[in-house]
Design a protein around this ligand. Structure first.
Ligand SMILES: [Zn+2]
Length: 173
């Protein structure tokens, strides 16, 4: 078990399309363990493999059940796909890879997801509310999409300028 370093925006690895998992081996299980530990330590409500520098289609989310009070149990989804969605909700999102930014994002209110567990066994999951937001956010990461892509161009530009300035200040020190 280990806490993994989190890849931060604008690292280009966050923009890659991740590959489907085909080998359900011990490496995958230990990566899922490390990702869960890294997420809980951060703390965050979800984490996708590309955020720890592995471009494969696996995410972990906090809380084993679909309820509002997330505990420290984690749910692992391998090769997740949204198969159905309905409604609309606006939620204030942040991301462990995007420092110092929270913005409202519009997403589906309810979703159904199909995925595989760490042994490759398929399962389906329904979610609504906050949990549906987290799943949509994490699944986006597997296609190189960040929540930044869902906010207005203006807000995105302001954030990019702020990041450039911070990076410049760091290198001036
Ligand atoms: Zn994220």
């Amino acid at each position: 078990m280990a806490i993994l370093p989190i890849v931060k925006y604008p690292d280009p690895r966050l923009r890659l399309k991740s590959e489907a998992v085909e080998d359900f081996n011990d490496d995958l299980k230990s990566l899922a363990q490390d990702m869960s530990e890294t997420m809980l330590d951060a703390p965050g409500a979800g984490l996708a493999a590309p955020q720890v520098g592995r471009n494969i289609r696996m995410i972990v989310i906090a809380g084993a059940d679909n309820d509002e009070d997330f505990d420290d149990r984690c749910l692992v989804l391998v090769n997740p796909q949204i198969t159905w969605s309905a409604g609309e909700q606006t939620y204030d999102e942040g991301c462990l890879s995007v420092t110092d930014l929270n913005e409202k994002v519009i997403r589906a209110q309810e979703i159904e997801v199909k995925a595989q567990d760490l042994d490759g066994k398929p399962f389906n999951l329904s979610a609504d509310g906050r949990r549906a937001v987290i799943l949509q956010h994490e699944i986006d990461h597997l296609d190189g999409v960040l929540f930044l892509d869902h906010i207005s161009q203006l807000k995105r530009d302001i954030y990019k300028r702020k990041m450039k300035k911070m990076q410049k200040e760091d290198s001036d020190e």
